[in-house]
Design a protein around this ligand. Structure first.
Ligand code: MLC
Ligand code: AMP
Length: 548
């Protein structure tokens, strides 16, 4: 790499197999990787009442075919969105697979979202189908029908609801609809700095190329697992974001690997599953919570091969403590909704980086094969190696743009001198002498709490609407469990008497729980610089010790 130009084009292109695979329906590629023995167990899960559940590969194939046939029977227009807001279950994953299979566009929504949030997403995406929990049918269907959605089904985490009832009437065979690499497969909403969420449009080609690259890069194994098969993944993340939905599910399926499926993250259940597994993926909070368990020992992890962390910065203390307790080095990687995975620490030392690379803490490793990553200054000039700047990326994994927001899409891409397009990640970082990428901050005003994104502008907008509030500022402060949490500082209108707890209670009825600030302070005025801009850094400093 040039000493003057911190552009880290990955030294290896994406494997040819990734390019070839990328021009087909993602489901077809995943299905092709199912093992020959379709009666082998593909997913071990537990029903909400504690009953053990086993799904064979044949079950996954047939059940996703039934749901795909149900979707096909609805005669939806091409490109229709299928929105899902349900508790995590294997059947929810099957709905995702069925949507791919039927050629429609999957739109997963966080179960924590409240009615105002759902109203926005459904109004913006105009899904043809909405699937919600039986308990939420009343309010969700009202929103959906008002927005023009024609079909609302229900799906409970105990395999109840109209979706499966209706799907049961359809055949268990289905030929996947042909899709090209550029065809949309999913829309993932990411909150916006202006308060309006943007739907990142991901294609079959984006998802498939990234899955194939990660299969090779992380050395997914076909044999040598604890039960005589290959790798076994513990799936403990929610399935409405990139990490749990794409990186974890695709990772296992494209390797024909069994999953031990937990509907909710429970550190004791994860540790209990480890002797039967080889791979685990988590946001940093999951690692912090696992470390708090006395049962986490070298004996418990004896069969584990790989621990992957990402979605938020992994503290070096957590990285080191994990090494000491388990003898394993966590592999940290970096990605986002718009790009899926971008960089990764190496799985094993290899010739690509001089044969001496290793997994390092406090870095996110190297650009993945096929990914270009550069660090530029505010005027777009390349930054010298080691210097901090804005991270921009390109590659087959980079999304098509924001749903129905061509102007916003244009703003978020920079043109290279050669006419190439670079996506502005909003992350700030540097590339060191050895080519490792370090994320040092964000230019976007964003708080990442326990792996969930919280955009201050959105929360401030709600608070500023409350009676008696003049203005507010949300800042992120360090937190031992969630990494970072929001603290809101509010000023009253003249004569108004505000109560911090009442403000938080009012927010709870309107916003997803993870967006609720952990503390609220009422102050006479916010600190401002000479330009009149709120000095959030001063507020952050003032409150940084709150949860120490
Ligand atoms: C829950 N709470 C949170 C929170 N999760 N507050 C802040 N941040 C969070 N992440 C709230 C709860 O509502 C509750 O509030 C209180 O905090 C305590 O909750 P808990 O019982 O401890 O939470 P729990 O249900 O155990 O959930 C914690 C968690 C979950 C860490 C398991 O947040 C989680 O699954 N996070 C993973 C997110 C993820 O998958 N991110 C990937 C994004 S993809 P109250 O008031 O009700 O008591 C991406 C790209 C990439 O970023 O690179 O991967
Ligand atoms: P999302 O919009 O939810 O996909 O979140 C993506 C953001 O998460 C990125 O832009 C980064 O800011 C952050 N992120 C993901 N992985 C890491 C990581 N390993 N270290 C630091 N930040 C990360």
């Amino acid at each position: 790499m040039s000493a003057l130009n911190a552009t880290a084009h990955s030294p290896t292109p994406a494997p040819a197999s990734a390019a070839a695979l990328a021009s087909q329906n993602l489901f077809t590629a995943l299905r092709a990787a199912f093992p020959a023995d379709l009666d082998a167990v593909a997913v071990e899960a537990t029903a909400p009442d504690g009953t053990p559940l086993h799904y064979t590969w044949r079950d996954l194939d047939e059940a996703s075919a039934r749901i795909a046939n149900l979707l096909a029977s609805l005669n939806l227009p091409d490109g229709s969105r299928v929105a899902m807001q349900v508790e995590k279950s294997v059947e929810a994953m099957l709905l995702y697979l069925a949507t791919l299979r039927a050629g429609y566009v999957f739109l997963p929504l966080n179960t924590a979202y409240q009615s105002a949030e759902i109203e926005y997403f459904v109004g913006n995406a105009e899904p043809a189908v909405v699937v919600c929990t039986p308990g939420n049918f009343g309010w969700v269907s009202k929103i959906a029908f008002t927005a023009g959605t024609q079909h609302v089904f229900t799906l409970g985490d105990d395999r109840t609801g109209s979706l499966l009832d209706r799907a049961a009437q359809h055949a268990g065979q289905h030929t996947p609809v042909a899709r090209a690499a550029d065809d949309l497969a999913a829309i993932l909403y990411t909150s916006g700095t202006t308060g309006r969420s943007k739907g990142a449009m991901l294609t079959h080609g984006n998802l498939l190329s990234n899955a194939q690259v990660l299969k090779d890069y992380w050395g997914w194994q076909a044999t040598g697992g604890p039960d005589g098969g290959g790798d076994v993944l513990i799936h403990a993340l929610p399935i409405f974001h990139v990490h749990g939905l794409f990186v974890a599910i695709h990772g296992a399926l494209i390797n024909g690997s069994k999953m031990i499926w937990l509907n909710k993250f429970d550190p004791k259940a994860v540790i209990a599953a480890m002797p039967r597994a080889t791979v685990f993926m988590g946001v940093p909070t999951l690692y912090v919570r696992l470390l708090a368990e006395p049962g986490l020992s070298r004996e418990a992890v004896r069969n584990m091969r790989l621990f992957v962390a990402g979605s938020a910065p992994l503290l070096i203390e957590t990285f080191k403590e994990w090494q000491q307790r388990t003898g394993h080095t966590i592999l940290e990687r970096y990605g986002m909704s718009e790009t899926i995975m971008l960089t990764s620490n190496p799985y094993a030392a290899d010739a690509r980086h001089g044969g001496q690379d290793e997994r390092r803490g406090a870095t996110v490793g190297f650009p993945l094969p096929g990914v270009g990553l550069r660090v530029v200054g505010d005027a777009g000039q390349p930054m010298p190696t080691g210097e901090i700047g804005n991270i921009q990326v390109q590659g087959p994994n980079v999304f098509q743009g924001y749903w129905r927001m061509p102007e916003k899409t244009k703003e978020e891409f920079a043109e290279g001198p050669d006419g190439s397009r670079w996506f502005k990640t909003g992350d700030v970082g540097r590339i060191d002498e050895r080519g490792y990428v370090h994320i040092v901050g964000r230019s976007k005003d964003l708080i990442i709490s326990g792996g969930y994104n919280v955009y201050p502008a959105e929360i401030e907008g709600y608070v500023n609407e409350l009676p008696g509030v003049a203005e507010s500022a949300l800042v992120g402060v360090p937190h031992p469990d969630f990494g970072e949490v929001g603290v809101i500082v509010v000023t009253p209108r003249p004569g108004a008497l505000l109560d911090g707890d009442a403000i938080l209670a009012a927010l709870k009825s309107q916003l997803a729980n993870f967006k609720i600030p952990k503390r609220c302070f009422i102050v006479p005025e916010l600190p401002r610089n000479t330009m009149g801009k709120v000095q959030k850094n001063l507020l952050r400093d003032a409150h940084k010790g709150l949860f120490a």
